[in-house]
Design a protein around this ligand. Structure first.
Ligand code: HMG
Length: 390
């Protein structure tokens, strides 16, 4: 039985800052951000969007009534969750009106959470072939104003429906995963910003890729030439390229050219959104399959997932016949073209807005947020959500 990705939804907030302008205001040459880091625009979440609403908006655009009935497992991958106890997925389950006979959990391992969710979903479908699993990857990446990590912030979510006989991509069985306790990036529970050892994190990303790739080749008998494209977790778009370059010489001239060209296409959305942590790899996959019109059916795509701390995994999928008919290219083009630029001072002001932590009531103005699902306020330490289209 084939199991894999049946649908992919995506949502990013409607505001962005231009990286050229951010560079100027930080006294940095714009090319450092646009070429050295490889980012053009960075998504800015207004206070009316949080990881719950981002995920719910990503799922809303793809789920039909049949999906809502068949989904009996929701796995919410995030490292910027809003509650240490209650799963963010339970709010999404309600906002989307999903079947109540469902299991809902939140999983965390930095940017690896959604990949763990997909692999769990695969097992669940193998035992329950008629059911579907909704895997969400949703995060707001925050390092702080005027910090080295600032240029690698972002916000957004992906929603993946995992099912038997999937319409988009069948996941292959071979997969290699690796864990090692490393302090390259972490966020203590008392902090709303991540701490990072930037240089170490870059080194570990490459080192984990090398470990899982070498083991994958031994286990599967496949080689670089067997891949149409490799998608990477993209904290910033230069990072995946650094990893890809470490293996390119293993391929034929044709393969090298193909993999570099497809890598570029796979970074298009991420370059304009920034790091969305656990959803980043799947945003890259979406960018590739939506923006490369002639990507052949039955192509094998490699996927490298990395979550600091750290866990890495390399796995693969095969694009299914007629997969293009199941994408939402028009919707995503509209999402990008409807976004509104904010100035650097406006971004800084939004960045510093906070919700009350003393139980007081606040009502947020959701009229300026075009998203269907918004955070409308807080009352008695409870977040209030609105689905404008329910
Ligand atoms: P930095 O120290 O400001 O930058 O931090 P840099 O000095 O290393 O420069 C960056 C690149 O720009 C360099 O290129 C420069 O040469 C180049 P590289 O040597 O790396 O190829 N550069 C220029 N290029 C063109 N024109 C110029 C110019 N000037 C310089 N004029 C860093 C960069 C990424 C470390 C920082 O932003 C950071 O700490 N970010 C957060 C950590 C991160 O993203 N790490 C990535 C791997 S870890 C990961 O992926 C997991 C993560 O997603 C978290 C999770 O799992 O939850 C982060």
């Amino acid at each position: 039985m084939k199991i894999g990705i049946d649908k992919i939804g995506f949502y990013a907030p409607h505001l962005f800052v231009d990286m050229n302008k951010l560079a100027v205001s930080r006294n940095v040459e714009p090319e450092k951000f646009t070429i050295g880091i490889g980012q053009e625009k960075m998504s800015i979440p207004p206070i009316t969007q949080d990881p719950v609403t981002l995920a719910a908006n990503a799922a809303l655009e793809v789920l039909d009534e049949k999906d809502k009935e068949a989904i009996d497992f929701v796995i919410f991958g995030t490292e910027s969750g809003i509650d240490s106890s209650k799963s963010a997925g339970v709010y999404v389950h309600d906002l989307l009106g999903l079947n109540p006979y469902a299991r809902v959990i939140e999983v965390k391992q930095a940017c690896y959470g959604a990949t763990a969710g997909i692999q769990m979903a695969k097992g669940h479908i193998a035992l329950n072939p008629k059911s579907k699993v909704l895997v969400l990857g949703s995060d707001i990446a925050r390092y702080g104003l005027d910090t080295p990590g600032e240029a690698t912030q972002g916000a957004g979510a992906v929603a993946l429906v995992i099912s038997a006989d999937p319409n988009i991509m069948a996941l292959e069985d071979q997969s290699v995963y690796f864990t090692s306790d490393i302090m390259d990036f972490w966020r203590p529970v008392y902090s709303d910003k991540a701490f990072v050892d930037g240089k170490l994190s870059n080194e570990q990303y490459i080192s984990f890729f090398s470990k899982v790739w070498e083991q994958y080749k031994t286990k599967s008998g496949l080689e670089l030439n067997d891949f149409e494209a490799i998608c990477f977790h993209l904290p910033y778009t230069k990072m995946g390229l650094k990893a890809l370059k470490t293996v390119l010489d293993e391929g034929s001239e044709d393969a090298k050219e193909r993999l570099v060209a497809n890598y570029k296409i796979s970074t298009g959305y991420n370059r304009n959104v920034g790091n969305i942590y656990t959803g980043s790899l799947y945003l890259s996959l979406l960018s590739l399959i939506e923006q490369k019109d002639d990507l052949a059916e039955r192509s094998r795509i490699g996927l490298f997932s990395y979550g600091s701390g750290a866990v890495g995994e390399f796995f693969t999928g095969i694009l299914q016949p007629n997969y293009r008919e199941h994408l939402y290219v028009g919707k995503h083009n509209n999402l990008f073209s409807a976004r509104k630029e904010v100035t650097v001072p406006e971004y800084e002001e939004i960045f510093q807005q906070t919700l009350p932590t003393d139980g007081s009531t606040v009502n947020l103005d959701i009229n300026n947020d075009p998203a269907s699902i918004c955070l409308s306020g807080m009352d008695d330490n409870k977040r209030q959500y609105v689905n404008k289209v329910k």
